[in-house]
Design a protein around this ligand. Structure first.
Ligand code: NDP
Length: 435
């Protein structure tokens, strides 16, 4: 804790994982002896750099850039780039740490990394975003590569930002390679990558529901956020027969008892980069309402909640409201959206809980498939990628379920995810010696 003072999100993430690993410590003294626990919490490398750029008024702006290369035991570092004003070392470190276990769960050979900047793309012109991305990549390109570290998108980093960064990398290195994922379809991107995290979340959740005698069919679902993950979770949950009744952004939430009119949301968010409040005036659904303040979304009655916005968005009070309203399953699209106290509430109320590192791993899994296609110089069809994604999410649920059973915590998928994700990386770290 002393070494990571001032980084509460990182300490929160490590505490959760290590609490779940207590039975592993007992069963596997060889891993303790190999120093795996001490080594896994210390990043292999952290890079912090200046990102200067010129705004539309000719004024110099300076942001701070980050890349953390946390663990390369099972493959090249892999993880997204977050562009949001809240970004600092503690956020990047918690995300990079989580990524180690998530990537391990995907069954693909990918290590853990993460990066980003405190730059806020909201309200910036395309030119400003491009100049920022070019400056960011001018430094980052010295530290990444298709066999070393392959960044991707995250909050604030979508296809536009990845495009500008990829262009700058190629220009500086004079090399066309799969150095970033989430690329456009005309230059090496994978079909189904855009949909992957939201679809994957629903594939995982459907498995979890099925294992407990339930399904999405005819269930009422609340989803937070209205970005990439939230939009495609809404689409797949609806295809599975559920009714999604709410979405949000950081200003407020919409409630539509007739079910979210997704094409309207996509037009506002994906095409116009607008705000979710505009939905009410744009949809033909007459009963839709907008409420200021995003945390109120958890007081809406639902069967299943899929938080898809950001870290710590569900606290104990919100979790209690969900439970009191009959919500029986929470499955996480966002990274660490539930506080530790909220997770306690889920378990006290015997709710099904799908933890982020398993439930949202479909995004990075499909990024792994994009890397495979780039290496092969081939592109697979949407159906091929989607089928592989579906298979991977089923496999992830199975390994969480089995690990939980093996270590005496049946039904605790959080423990299962942490243990299954950890063991593969830990074996590799032990085999590779004290590095
Ligand atoms: P987007 O930038 O596309 O959307 C983020 C959404 O969350 C927006 O609606 C945004 O609202 C809202 N949001 C962001 N920060 C806050 C905040 N502090 N308070 C309330 N709402 C907030 O990001 P993604 O959909 O890609 O990512 C969402 C989550 O999913 C993140 O936790 C991310 O790490 C995780 N994730 C994403 C993956 C991916 O493939 N994209 C893969 C795995 C995990 P506003 O516009 O007002 O900021």
């Amino acid at each position: 804790k002393k070494r990571n003072a001032g980084e509460p999100e990182f300490i929160q993430a490590v505490t959760e994982v290590f609490m779940c690993l207590e039975p592993v410590v007992e069963k596997r003294p060889d891993l303790v002896e190999a120093g795996v626990f001490e080594r896994i919490v210390e990043p292999e490398r952290q890079i912090i750099f200046r990102v200067p750029w010129v705004d539309d008024n000719g004024k110099v702006q300076v942001n701070r850039g980050f890349r953390i290369q946390f663990n390369s035991a099972i493959g090249p570092y892999k993880g997204g780039l977050r562009l949001h004003p809240s970004v600092y070392s503690g956020i990047i470190k918690f995300l990079g740490f989580e990524q180690i276990f998530k990537n391990s769960l995907t069954t693909l050979p990918m290590g853990g990394g993460k990066g980003g900047s405190d730059f806020d793309p909201k309200g910036k012109s395309d030119g400003e975003v491009m100049r920022f991305c070019q400056s960011f990549m001018t430094e980052l390109c010295k530290h990444i590569g298709p066999d070393c570290d392959v960044p991707a998108g995250d909050i604030g980093t979508g296809a536009r930002e990845i495009g500008y960064m990829f262009g700058q990398y190629k220009r500086i290195r004079n090399e066309w390679s799969g150095v970033l994922t989430g690329k456009g379809l005309t230059y090496g991107g994978s079909l189904a990558r855009t949909e992957a995290t939201g679809f994957g979340l629903c594939y995982f959740t459907e498995e979890m529901l099925k294992a407990n005698g339930k399904s999405f069919k005819d269930q009422t679902v609340v989803i937070s956020g209205s970005g990439n993950v939230a939009i495609y979770a809404t689409k797949k949950a609806t295809e599975f027969g559920a009714k999604v009744v709410a979405l949000s952004d950081s200003n407020g939430y919409i409630y539509d008892p007739d079910g979210i009119d997704l094409p309207v949301v996509q037009q506002i968010k994906e095409v116009e980069r607008g705000r979710i409040k505009e939905y009410v005036d744009r949809t033909s659904h007459k009963n839709a309402t907008y409420t200021e303040g995003c945390s109120g979304i958890w007081s809406i009655k639902c069967d299943i909640a899929l938080p898809c916005a950001t870290q710590n968005e569900i606290d104990a009070d919100s979790a209690k409201k969900l439970a009191a309203n009959g919500c029986y399953a929470v499955s996480e699209g966002a990274n660490m959206p539930s506080t530790p106290e909220a997770i306690d509430v889920y378990f006290e109320n015997k709710m099904l809980y799908g933890p982020a590192k398993a439930a949202n791993a479909g995004g990075v899994a499909t990024s792994g498939l994009e890397m495979s296609q780039n290496s092969e110089r081939l592109s697979w069809t949407f159906e091929e990628v989607d089928a592989k994604l579906h298979g991977i999410m089923k496999e992830i649920f199975k390994s969480c379920d089995e690990a939980a059973k093996e270590f005496g915590m049946e039904g605790n998928y959080m423990a299962g995810a942490n243990i299954a994700g950890f063991l593969k990386v830990a074996e590799a770290m032990k085999a590779q010696g004290c590095v």
